[in-house]
Design a protein around this ligand. Sequence first.
Ligand code: HEM
Length: 219
Amino acid sequence: MKQLYVKRYSPNQRANHWIVAILFFLAAFSGLALFHPSLFWLTAFVGGPQWARILHPYIGIAMFVLFLFMFIMFVGANIWRSRDSEWLGKAPGMVGSGDESKMPKVGKYNGGQKLVFWSMTWCLVVLLITGCLFWQAWFASSVPIWLQRIAVLLHAVAAFVMVLTAIVHIYAAIWVKGTLHAMVRGSVTAGWARRHHALWYEEQDKRGALTTDPNVKSL
Ligand code: HEM
């Protein structure tokens, strides 16, 4: 019997995702280097200390703008539903036992993925606003120093939460076997979809979207 696949991401969505991921790493490395001298060595990833200082805000803005496209494409599937709270409540038990059979059925994304989506969204909004407030090259001279101090603190807190969120996101993408295929090839196996996102699978099956082709040209 031939392996069946369900299309999950278009080439544009995947390109957008991976550019945001690369920008995230560049922003995180240059930002962490500015945060503490012990992390100075991370400036090597962006061409040295001067470049880290100059580029960090521009990399951040590029990430924000590109994430905006992701936000528009994915927000519809990330609206919070009551089943997501139920899923989240049962998630620690599932992670501990590895048994997914008692989890409520979910649509395209589960409660954990939605939490990651909204955490990334709000962290990026806070990072953009606070970062501009103390951006020496452009705006800082017209912002009172007390506001800049609050902005620096909030910027660091949002960056910390964002890094933790990204760690959870990357760990989950690797830990749940077959998930990376979604962002690399654009499709998942029908078995993966039925097991992890049953409601979404049923929807796709009903509209005849199951295919033997693992490569996605369009959705
Ligand atoms: C090396 C780092 C990363 C890996 C390996 C990775 C992997 C993945 C994978 C496999 C998916 C598909 C999940 C699914 O369809 O169920 C996905 C979706 C997604 N990723 Fe990433 N990702 C990375 C970095 C990032 C970063 C830095 C961001 C944002 C700043 C991000 C934002 C998203 C979003 C918004 C989705 C759509 C899922 C949703 O809306 O909840 N990813 N990622």
